[in-house]
Design a protein around this ligand. Structure first.
Ligand SMILES: Nc1ncnc2c1ncn2[C@@H]1O[C@H](COP(=O)(O)OP(=O)(O)OP(=O)(O)O)[C@@H](O)[C@H]1O
Length: 267
């Protein structure tokens, strides 16, 4: 039965890739509902279908079986309405534009879409969001004048500035050093607390999944599927101090344990 309060609803979703005579069942039987304003993480080992699932939700690929509803529409319709912001692994900023122009790019794109008659989202003030991510003094800098962490902060600011209610993040911190990663995790939490977007986030890190999420979707490979969805009932707002508590350590251990038991079951 359909959940009328859910923003995103996946029902028996599967994706099989075929190349010549070879088929890969990248995902099978995925049932998942995601509520408005939720922070949900897809966690699992390489090849379990995390990116495939995120691309299906984004409308960048199409499932071979099952249904996906995003605000009552197909992912492609939601995407063309600018309801979805995509934050990639590397910052993907335009090198010839300064940081402020990069962050406000979506308003330019949305204005063009308006002229073609499409209904679009109202972008948020990019200057304020750049301040929030600590880049207020670097608005006039070009991407090559910033560090990797600063570029990724600008990329996240651009995602929030789009005004899309759903943000999809595919391992956005994986190319950064550990110290920068830790700082950005907390920055992202602060932004999310303030703007309350629905976020679907992909990670290989159990610690990152537990720190950020309301729920962690633990996945396993061959074929890619959901093993278990774990509620992270730790208090918010979350700060770095939380990671030093026994409750946090226990949640990380619980999430890892589900992953290991899934692997043992596969062998
Ligand atoms: N375009 C494609 N053609 C064929 N097979 C694919 C394609 N994309 C993904 N796959 C296969 O589907 C499975 C799931 O891949 P996917 O990239 O979704 O996993 P992942 O969990 O995101 O992995 P990683 O953490 O390494 O990024 C893998 O076996 C992969 O080889």
């Amino acid at each position: 039965m359909s959940d009328t309060t859910a923003q995103i609803e996946l029902t028996r979703v599967g994706r099989t890739y075929t190349r010549g005579k070879k088929t890969v069942e990248a995902l099978t039987g995925v049932d998942l509902t995601i509520e408005q304003g939720e922070f949900i993480t897809l966690f699992g080992p390489s090849g379990c279908g995390k990116s495939t699932l995120l691309r299906l939700i984004a409308g960048l690929d199409t499932q071979t079986t099952g249904e996906i509803s995003i605000f009552g529409s197909t992912p492609k319709e939601a995407s063309s309405r600018k309801d979805i912001a995509w934050i990639p692994q590397s910052s993907a900023l335009l090198p010839w534009l300064d940081i402020e122009s990069n962050a406000s790019l979506s308003s330019v794109v949305n204005t063009r879409a308006d002229r073609s008659g499409a209904t679009t989202r109202r972008p948020e003030a990019s200057v304020g969001i750049l301040e929030e991510v600590g880049l207020g003094d670097f608005r006039a800098s070009r991407p090559d004048q910033l560090s990797g962490g600063m570029r990724q902060r600008a990329s996240i600011a651009r995602g929030f500035a789009q005004g899309a209610p759903l943000m999809l993040m595919d391992e956005p911190f994986s190319a950064l050093d550990e110290l920068t990663r830790d700082t950005l995790r907390i920055r992202l939490l602060e932004l999310w607390e303030h703007h309350r977007k629905t976020i679907v986030f992909v990670t290989h890190s159990a610690m990152e999944a537990v720190l950020l999420s309301d729920r962690v979707v633990v996945m396993s490979p061959r074929p890619g599927r959901i093993r278990e969805v774990v509620d992270i009932d730790l208090p918010r707002p979350r700060t770095w101090e939380l990671t030093e508590t026994p409750e946090f350590t226990a949640k990380v251990a619980q999430v890892k344990q589900i992953l290991w038991s899934a692997w043992e079951g596969d062998e």
